[in-house]
Structures are given as C-alpha cells and as structure tokens.
Design a binder for this molecule. Structure first.
Ligand code: PLP
Length: 371
C-alpha cells in the first residue's frame, strides 16, 4: 500500500545525516530539532502554535484534556474513522456520540451532526478522512450557534487545504480551536516511529497543551495541571524536518496517481470513484473506491492473487466494536457507515509509485469487472 523503502532510497542521505547529527549531540529528548521542527511546521501550516507530542492518539487525548471538559460531556464525531478518534473521548469519561458520514465524501455528515446535538454537547470532532477536509464552514456555523468546541482530527490530512466560501485558504487542522495530527510512518508526513502534533492559534491552549504534554509542568518541578508524558523524540523530529521539505511534492505525486485512477475508473459502472469536495484539496492519504453489487471482497481476492495489495478502511463500524457496546447503539443505527464498511476498498497509494505499477493496478481492476 505504501513503499517506505523506495522513499528512503530517494532521501536516505539526508535522513542519515539528520539522525547522525542527533546521535552526535545525544540530545535525544527535547533536542534543538524538536523546536526547529515545530517552527518549520508552524510556517508550513500557517498556524501560530505547533505542539509536538508522542503520537496522534495522544494528540487527541491532550486536546480533550486542554478544553477542561467534564465527565458526561458529549463529543460528536464520525462513525467512519480509526478507533483513536473516540478512544480519547471514552478514556476521559466523556460520552462519544457517533454519527454517520456523508456517503460521497466519507466525511462527517453535517446534517447528522445537527440531529445529534443535545444540551450536553460540548465538542465536534471532524476527521479529515483519507486526505480530504470535512465541511468545516458548515460545522463552524453549528459550533457558533451552540457554543461548541471544534477539535479537528487531521491525522490523515497533513497538507490538505480548506477553501472557505470567500476564497480564504487554511490548512486542515488549523481551523478549529485545536487540531491534531499523526506522524505514523505511512501518513502523508510520517516519521520512522511514532509521532504526533497539535495545532492552535490560541495562546492559552498552547500553554495548556505544552504543560499537560509535559507532566503538567510549566516551571521545572512545579505542577499546575495533571499531565502526561507525551513527547516527540529528537530523532523523529530531525527526520520530520527532512520530510517536511518534501511534503508538497509528495502530496502532488499522490494526487497525480489519484488523477490516473479517477480517469481509468470513471467509466467503470461497478465502482464509484472518490468524490472531491469543492471546499477542499485532496491529498489522497488513501485512494478509496466504493465497489457496487457486493463484489468488493471478490475484487480484493482477485487483486491479492495478482500480488496487488489493497485494504479495507474500515472493515467494521465503531458502534459494533465490543469495547463500545455500552454506548447502546443498535446494529441498524448507522446505515451509511454499515454500507461503506461493506463497499470500500483502498488501492495502493504513495508518492513513489512507478507508472508501470499504476498501469498494472488499473489493468487488473478493469480486467476483474470485464470478466
Ligand atoms: C483518523 C486518525 N486519527 C488518529 C490516529 C492516531 O494516530 P497514531 O497512530 O499516531 O496514534 C490515526 C492514525 O492511525 C488516524 O488515522
């Protein structure tokens, strides 16, 4: 699905030099590269503060902690996402309220959010799924009307642009009160281990987030907040500084592959190509087709037998996971998520795909439907 080796072969000397320099300095925790990476990512994202942390799950956890929420407060998010999005909510004793996504963009449905609001709702967590922004402007309208926080889960969309109706452009993750991201190796901006970050334009949240990511400590050995230990280590920061320089180029390369997939499959009656929303650029963390007529699993097997990897993101809705049974949802509560889980298939997608590979994948998918 991704080819981290091919990428390393291209930028290897720069990565090796970055790692070596940290080894030489022995500043493994909070070394200079961490601050430099935060500053460089701030510039790239056009945001006032970047707070690095240990991974994207912690970033969500820290964001919820910083908002001072109370047990039982409700947090609305999408049913069609990676489990981390609701883990933080549940761990903090908040109540995850999950809603169906829009069937075309796969992102949280604005209408379903409206229906889910109660007097206990405090936060909306849009996930910019597969590399495309959720409909932020409509969500902001809801949030303003009901006095809610917005935490953007931008783990899959580092570098995607949101385009407001007046033409203003902002990066995914920098629009809500706090945004989060993950640097898991396969992400669009991935390190060589675990890593994550938070974004905010608010000085108060910035101070709070830095404190709780560091044991609640603003002044050494004085603890103002109950915190955790969540740090991006210096080696990962040094690697990310190198990879950030290539991010725009890598995202453009993904888009070029997606353009070819789109063109090849647009006329294929049995598949629906991913919708590109007018209000967002798409950086194709995943290229995800909907396969009609119950043929998804058969297509996956056919691709497997031709040595073409493919993945199902996501095979099961959140509301049916054993750990979240206590939320009390019924099996039939989320028809869109349930349908998507049966129909979606993600094809190989990364910036280092050779033309031959793209052609081969396209040929085999079309061959399957011609049979
Ligand atoms: C949408 C989403 N949110 C959160 C995360 C969690 O990130 P991490 O794996 O860095 O904890 C991921 C990563 O897989 C993700 O895809």
């Amino acid at each position: 699905m991704v080819d981290l080796r091919a990428q390393y072969e291209k930028i290897g000397p720069e990565i090796d030099a970055a790692i070596k320099s940290v080894l030489g300095s022995t500043a493994f925790i909070k070394g200079p590269d961490v601050k430099l990476f935060e500053e460089e990512l701030q510039d790239y994202m056009g945001v006032k503060h970047v707070i690095s942390c240990a991974n994207g799950t912690d970033a969500l956890y820290l964001a919820m902690m910083a908002l001072g929420l109370k047990p039982g407060d409700e947090v609305i998010t999408t049913n069609f996402t990676f489990i981390a999005t609701i883990e933080a909510v549940a761990l903090l004793g908040l109540k995850p309220v999950i809603v169906d996504p829009d069937p075309k963009t796969f992102n949280i449905s604005v209408n379903e959010v409206k229906k889910a609001i109660t007097p206990r709702t405090k936060v909306i967590v849009p996930v910019h799924l597969f590399g495309q922004c959720a409909d932020m402007e409509s969500l902001i309208e809801i949030a303003l009307k009901h006095n809610l926080f917005i935490i953007e889960d931008g783990a899959q969309a580092t570098g995607a642009d949101y385009i407001f109706r007046d033409g203003t452009v902002k990066k995914a993750g920098t629009i809500g009160h706090i945004g989060t991201t993950s640097f898991f190796p396969s992400k669009n901006l991935g390190c060589y281990g675990d890593g994550g970050a938070l974004y905010t334009n608010d000085d108060v949240y910035d101070r709070k987030l830095r404190s709780i990511a560091n044991h609640g400590m603003k002044v050494r050995y004085h603890y103002d907040d109950i915190g955790i230990n969540s740090r991006l280590d210096t080696i990962q920061a040094a690697i990310l500084r190198v990879k950030l320089r290539y991010l725009s180029q890598f995202n453009a390369a993904r888009r070029a592959v997606a353009d070819q997939y789109d063109e090849a499959f647009a006329g294929c009656y049995s598949v629906t190509i991913p919708e590109r929303a007018v209000y967002s650029s798409h950086i194709f963390h995943q290229y995800t087709l909907r396969i009609k007529n119950g043929k998804r699993d058969e297509l996956k097997k056919f691709l497997d037998s031709n040595n073409i990897p493919s993945m199902i993101y996501y095979p099961g809705p959140l509301h049916l996971q054993e750990a979240y049974r206590n939320l009390g949802y019924n099996e039939s509560d989320f028809p869109v998520t349930t349908a998507l889980c049966k129909e979606v298939l993600s094809l190989p997608m990364h910036p280092d795909m050779e033309q031959e590979q793209v052609d081969h994948i396209v040929r085999k998918v079309l061959e399957f439907f011609d049979k």
